[in-house]
Design a protein around this ligand. Sequence first.
Ligand code: SF4
Ligand code: SF4
Length: 100
Amino acid sequence: MGSELLELSLEDKLYRTRFETDSDFHHITVKDPVCRSCSEKLCLYICPAEVYKPNPNDSHLVTAHYENCLECGTCRVMCEQEGIEWRFPNGSMGVKYRYG
Ligand code: SF4
Ligand code: SF4
């Protein structure tokens, strides 16, 4: 049973989570000059929702797909360079839990 859990895709893991996307307000942005000089780019590995991805147009940068953010706060703590500007989504927007 444990191995079955490990084989779940990201979509499977997030199945019970729903989001109200605010297209007018990106609650996560990354800072170009800070990220450009960041060699480890730990944000690509620590986010449970894989919000951070390599920037397809510039290998020195990352992009933040804020729509899938679970609002767990991990990236805010992890990024010691303070390359992330993170604000809570506007009221009634953002993550919603289908169960629980
Ligand atoms: S968000 Fe933080 S960890 Fe990610 S590339 Fe930028 S500075 Fe580095
Ligand atoms: S708050 Fe959590 S889910 Fe949202 S981007 Fe940061 S690590 Fe990912």
